[in-house]
Design a protein around this ligand. Structure first.
Ligand code: ZN
Length: 426
């Protein structure tokens, strides 16, 4: 058993209050939360005790939308309009990627997640064998989201992957997904709807990221991507829409009725000038909202602190209301709703029997003092520098600047530089 003692614990089960408590972990699960009696302490056998010295233990962040392996494109194609960025820079480079590239670039992303207190990613990419290996070897939790698009890939390929990767490892799972309406044929869309019906499961997809995407979908099908997906049956069992920037009230109603999560990616949407998602409108209409960084080519940071800050301040600006989307709500979106988005409901709050996906936030830092309100400190002045520890499935993977991922961080940086240079010449 692992013991976390002498800390403040924010379970996020109810509100965002932090109390003096202990958390004990057995295997990959939380087995005790509270103030132990002398009797309980006497009977407990701890393999390891962490003295938190007054720091904060809380649920980890979950990144509900990303393309981890795109670290190789960081700072490669910035300051370009979205269409040029995607079609002239991103897609041609991606076409040259090998499985080995994806493995190392994903390992780099995982290091960054750990420094930002992220324990799980909802990832859409390809070369899945190599991506999965990078996660298992690093001890990182990930949910694959398919990546089938029109070219040579079909619903059968997606189904094979779905059956292959679910159950392959306790840290790995897969949900049905495809890239976007604008890269999918009608046939692929119908095939995915059939799969959703066959397995009675959710489907996740980029949805209404840009005005152009929505306009062209309406020209082609006479309806928005959300209406199209729902009419085909793709959203019958829920799922997620990534971005949801150009979103009509009718789209929101479909999301609410189907229990589809709208995953906001405010950093990427700002940097690519896609717009500001109507997150407060969605929440007011009963839509569930998750939060993601999107890939490192469009963000470029894989940092949930920056994402939380952008999520709330953009809503305040959009609504001309400083009270819009308060810090407590943002924190629960980043830790709990984002976990639910990817089917990891057990990894949300801290409670007995839930997964031990935890972080320790150092409070003895200038940006965390004084502690008038911990949730507001985390969202408005918090940053990666406050993350002391990241625990995934009961294993400490990051502690005070050191990684425990089965590979030297320096080697990962060197491999990624080498492979990026080789890729440019290929
Ligand atoms: Zn994306």
């Amino acid at each position: 058993m692992i013991r976390f003692k002498n800390g403040l614990v924010m379970t996020l089960e109810g509100g965002c209050e932090a109390e003096k408590k202990e958390v004990w972990v057995e295997g990959d699960k939380v087995c005790f939360v509270g103030v132990p009696t002398d009797e309980q302490l006497k009977n407990a056998v701890f393999e390891k005790e962490y003295d938190l010295e007054g720091d904060l233990l809380m649920p980890s962040f979950k990144n509900a939308h990303t393309h981890s392996a795109m670290t190789f494109l960081r700072s490669y194609a910035d300051d370009l309009p979205l269409q040029d960025w995607l079609f002239k820079q991103v897609f041609p480079m991606e076409a040259k990627l090998t499985g080995e590239d994806v493995y190392w670039f994903s390992r780099l992303a995982i290091l960054e997640y750990l420094t930002s207190g992220v324990s799980a990613s909802f990832d859409m990419y390809f070369e899945l064998d190599d991506y999965v290996r990078a996660n298992i070897e690093s001890g990182f939790r990930t949910v694959l989201c398919g990546a089938v698009s029109g070219e040579g890939e079909n619903a059968k390929v997606l189904e094979e992957r779905y059956l292959k990767y679910n159950g392959i490892d306790p840290l790995i799972s897969m949900r049905l997904g495809f890239h976007a309406e604008y890269t999918a044929s009608r046939e692929l869309l119908e095939g995915i709807a059939e799969l959703a019906e066959k397995y009675k499961v959710p489907v996740s997809v980029h949805n209404s990221e840009t005005a152009k995407e929505v306009r062209e979908c309406i020209e082609k099908y006479g309806k928005t991507p959300t209406r199209l997906f729902d009419d085909l049956g793709i959203y019958k069992y829920g799922g997620a829409g990534f971005h949801c920037v150009h979103f009509a009230p009718e789209d929101m109603d479909i999301f609410r009725e189907r229990g589809v999560f709208a995953v906001s990616c405010p950093g990427s949407n700002s940097k690519l000038a896609s717009g500001i998602a109507p997150v407060t409108d969605m929440l007011a209409r009963g839509v569930k909202v998750g939060l993601g960084t999107d890939g490192p080519a469009s963000n470029n940071a894989l940092d949930m602190f920056r994402e939380m800050y952008l999520l709330t301040v953009l809503q305040k600006l959009r609504n001309n209301d400083a009270a819009a989307l308060p810090a407590d709500e943002v924190l629960k979106i980043a830790c709990c709703a984002s976990a639910e988005t990817m089917g990891l409901a057990d990894c949300g709050c801290i409670a007995v029997g839930k997964a031990a996906d935890l972080i320790v936030i150092g409070l003895k830092k200038p940006s965390m003092q004084p502690v008038n309100n911990i949730a507001k400190n985390l969202v408005y002045s918090g940053s990666k520098e406050n993350v002391r520890m990241t625990v995934i499935a009961g294993k400490v993977r990051y502690l005070d600047g050191e990684f425990f991922v089965g590979e030297d961080a320096a080697r990962i940086y060197a491999k990624c530089s080498e492979l990026t240079e080789a890729l440019k010449k290929r």
